[in-house]
Write a new protein. Structure first.
Length: 207
């Protein structure tokens, strides 16, 4: 069995078991989101998948319904005005990403891989082309996510995604998966609002 087939098998088994085990948590979050603010439970957004084919990523809604939908949150001038009360907690703990277990189960994503770019993040897509990072499935977490997340400029993020492609294997996936917990628990690299670097606003595209 090739690594990609093995990886897909693990994705199916792990996503299915996770959805079953976390079903009570997911149900509670659904109820809390519904009570907290008006709008749908889930947020769907057009993203770039395997071989630059589009798909719709799923997240628990953390923003108010009047939020611009085609812009990364950290590029909003004042994101706090759009984030709901429950949304702040969900984003800090990354619990808003749980619905992506379904994206993984149906084969649109993997647990580990480059985080999917928005369809209109042309600069990030272009940079990833240099490293073959658009030729694999996007991930729930990845090498760039545990090495900076929102703090990374596009060029560095794409290069890190390329490092993952070059070293992709069971050892790399396990390392990314385990280190993700450390990153999430410490909220490392999370930036809400425009990122400033060397006096200029950077068009950072990590989501």
């Amino acid at each position: 069995m090739t690594f990609l087939k093995f990886k897909r098998t693990i994705d199916i088994l792990l996503s299915l078991s996770s959805m079953i085990i976390l079903s009570i948590v997911i149900l509670i979050l659904v109820l809390v989101i519904k009570v907290d603010s008006k709008g749908p439970i889930l947020f769907r957004q057009k993203r770039v998948g395997l071989n630059k084919n589009y798909y719709y990523i799923l997240k628990f809604r953390t923003m108010k319904i009047d939020t611009p939908s085609e812009m990364p949150t950290h590029l909003l001038t004042d994101p706090d005005q759009y984030i709901t009360r429950v949304g702040k907690f969900l984003r800090k703990t990354s619990l808003d990403e749980l619905p992506q277990l379904w994206n993984i189960f149906v084969g649109q994503m993997s647990f580990v891989g480059p985080r999917p770019a928005l369809w209109n993040q042309y600069d990030l897509i272009f940079e990833r082309d240099k490293y073959g990072a658009n030729d694999i499935k996007p991930g729930l977490t990845g090498w760039a996510q545990i090495n900076g997340r929102d703090e990374l400029p596009i060029e560095i993020k794409a290069k890190l995604d390329g490092e993952y492609v070059e070293n992709m294997g069971a050892k790399m996936d396990i390392k990314c998966f385990l280190l993700t917990f450390k990153t999430v628990l410490k909220s490392e690299g999370v930036v809400e609002g425009r990122v400033q670097s060397k006096g200029n606003a950077r068009k950072n595209t990590s989501l």
